[in-house]
Ligand binder design. Structure first.
Ligand code: ATP
Ligand code: MG
Length: 386
């Protein structure tokens, strides 16, 4: 029985455990806030400290990229960490991420690295408004971002960012990336896996919708072969460059038929949760297979599937269970504004059936917690039923 230690004890570690149990895997999670190794589904159950956790396990992985560097190094020294600390650090620092994109020669938004006021002034000269500024470290769910739309906001934007840099407590110096706002047609992501033998399997591209900077809906349905091939090639380039082992997610902006990489996530990803019901092997199982030296499982789409995030809400009508393909995934978290509390997967035997079910689902969920779902479902239905 393989013993896996996950750095981070959130919903991703929890879902790895739920996927690993049938494979006879023993998954434990390291809670970085308490420094305890805990059970991923029952975190009250404490096993000990990190040192002990490292000694007891066969393989170590991470569910998030903002792990303290000394922890990553301690894990890497054991020879058990997959993906490597280098890959995890790149995913956690937009400066390193941008230089990886450049070295792999993959298309991405024009950008400029800012460390001081002079860099900021240069960035304004090199890029055109609107510009998006992102913190180099610790950004997630759209946090640590500033959007500069008009010249009269320049001073205030700089002050906000300068304060943010000055207040940083990270061990690595905080910085800012200025990025050209991309007038994208849509956002898509590619989730894939590479195992210890170097074998690669990627899922179909997923279309992603955000509400207030947080992923709200992902849909995996029709496949555009050309885009898929393009995304798969980017995945192969980056995964091989990093000698990557595990699941890796790549977020893209689609502009016409072109894909620009937005960012990468060196881990299982929210936009891959649909694979729990829409693929033969879900991303959590494939991540475990990849890091444990097993062959990868099937990644093709078995039926059109959507994922709806439950954000800041813990009260969902039981009526949703009347929809035949509904699959509920709660994370057992305390309710907080903007917090990902769970997700709902929904499938259909055809895209039209999936769209009808999404419309139905949207009528059963409250509008305050799912503000854009109804409109999204209707427009998706209109698109696929043409
Ligand atoms: P998450 O954790 O949800 O992936 P994040 O905080 O890591 O988010 P990004 O993915 O870089 O940050 O940005 C969040 C969202 O902001 C993107 O999904 C996109 O909708 C928008 N965005 C980011 N950069 C750009 C850009 N250059 N042009 C247009 N929109 C952008
Ligand atoms: Mg993102």
């Amino acid at each position: 029985m393989k013993k896996v230690l996950v750095l981070g004890a959130g919903q991703l570690a929890r879902m790895m455990d739920l996927a690993g149990a049938p494979l006879g895997m023993d998954i434990k999670a390291f809670d970085v806030r308490t420094n305890n190794v805990v059970h991923p589904v029952d975190p009250e159950h404490i096993y000990g400290d990190l040192k002990n956790g490292i000694k007891q396990c066969d393989v170590i992985t991470a569910e998030f990229e903002h792990v303290a560097h000394n922890t990553l190094e301690e894990c890497e020294a054991s020879g058990k960490l997959f993906p490597s600390s280098n890959a995890i650090k790149i995913g956690g620092d937009r400066r390193l991420e941008k230089s990886l994109l450049e070295s792999c020669n993959v298309a991405n938004a024009k950008h400029y690295i800012i460390e001081n006021k002079n860099d900021f002034d240069q960035a304004l000269k090199q890029l055109e408004l609107p510009i998006i500024f992102k913190s180099a470290l610790e950004g997630y769910d759209g946090k640590g971002q500033w959007r500069l739309k008009s010249a009269d906001q320049v001073e205030k934007t700089w002050l906000d960012m300068a304060n943010f840099i000055a207040d940083a407590t990270s061990s690595v110096p905080q910085g800012i990336i200025a990025e050209q706002m991309v007038p994208f047609d849509r956002e898509v992501s590619l989730v894939g896996a590479r195992n210890t033998l170097g074998e690669i399997a990627v899922y179909p591209l997923t279309e992603n919708h955000h509400t207030n900077g947080i992923l709200s809906v992902s849909v995996a349905s029709s496949i555009n072969e050309k885009l898929q091939a393009n995304a798969a090639e980017v995945f192969k380039k980056m995964a091989e460059k990093l000698n990557y082992v595990g699941v890796l997610a790549i977020e893209f902006f689609q502009v016409g038929e072109q894909l620009l990489v937005n960012e990468i996530a060196p881990r299982v990803h929210n936009s891959g949760h649909w694979t729990q019901q829409g693929a033969d092997t879900c991303q959590f199982e494939n991540h475990l297979r990849a890091i444990c030296g097993l062959p990868l499982g099937g990644t093709h789409l078995i039926r059109p599937t959507a994922m709806v995030n439950i954000i800041g809400e813990d009260d969902i009508s039981n009526e949703i269970y009347t929809i035949p393909s509904v699959s509920m995934h709660w994370y057992d978290k305390e309710k907080r504004v903007g917090r990902k509390m769970g997700h709902i997967n929904l499938s259909g035997s055809t895209e039209v059936e999936l769209a009808q079910r999404l419309v139905h689902l949207s009528t059963l969920l409250n509008k305050e917690s799912f503000p854009d779902l109804s409109e999204f479902a209707k427009s998706y239905f209109a698109k696929v039923s043409q």
